[in-house]
Design a protein around this ligand. Structure first.
Ligand code: TYD
Length: 197
């Protein structure tokens, strides 16, 4: 059964709303559910989040390595212990965001970004990735608060969106692709159906 589930998509895809609704349904069935977000979710991670999203310009590799550092801390401190006690983990973003944003969007290469993330994850990889798909313009229009990366506009988001779709087609057993331009209710119903498979 898939218990470590990541919600992915470009900025403004609605991941957070879907995550909250899924958590409520799982808790309603009596499951122990831990919700996390990347970057963030630990004391170290929240400091890195400020630097990554609100901080000064940085090199693409510094950015990729900081996302990887944030994730290594989160996996060790929160995700692995939660899975060990049989809780569900719902994650707002995951290593796949780094593959799409830093690997493709920043042009560092998906393979190389995967390599720098592997040591910190040591095998703790999401069981299921729900990819919420919206057009970059729709995502930008829906975005509530811009951050350093999300504010770069539709050309970065277009390459990120394309990379997410490529990653999904390479790993069809791990990915569930959902059209997130539908109403939130329909998106949540499809996500819930996938969780119950
Ligand atoms: P998030 O807090 O999910 O914001 P949003 O609501 O806009 O989706 O993500 C913050 C930003 O960080 C977002 O622009 C995507 C970016 N990001 C990366 O570039 N690489 C990563 O590995 C992660 C986790 C996020």
């Amino acid at each position: 059964m898939s218990r470590y589930i990541a919600l992915e998509g470009i900025d403004g895809a609605g991941k957070t709303s879907v995550l909250v609704a899924l958590a409520e349904r799982l808790e309603g069935e009596g499951h122990d559910v831990v919700c996390v977000r990347e970057p963030g979710g630990t004391a170290v991670g929240e400091s890195l989040r400020d630097l990554l999203l609100e901080g000064p310009p940085m090199s693409a590799w510094a950015e990729a390595l900081m996302f990887a550092a944030d994730r290594a801390q989160l996996v060790e401190e929160v995700v692995r212990p939660a899975l060990a006690r049989s809780a569900w983990v719902l994650s707002d973003r995951s290593v796949y965001s780094s593959l799409a944003y830093q690997g493709a969007g920043r042009g560092l290469g998906i393979g190389r970004v995967r390599q720098i993330n592997e040591p910190g994850l040591s095998g703790t990889w999401p069981d299921m990735v729900m990819l919420l798909v919206v057009a970059p313009e729709a995502g930008l229009a829906r975005q509530e608060k811009e951050d350093r990366i999300g504010s770069e506009g539709s050309s970065l988001l277009a390459s990120v969106a394309e990379a997410f779709e490529r990653l999904a087609s390479r790993e069809p057993d791990r990915f569930v692709v959902i059209d997130a331009e539908q109403s939130l209710g329909l998106v949540v119903d499809q996500a819930w159906a996938a969780v119950q498979l």
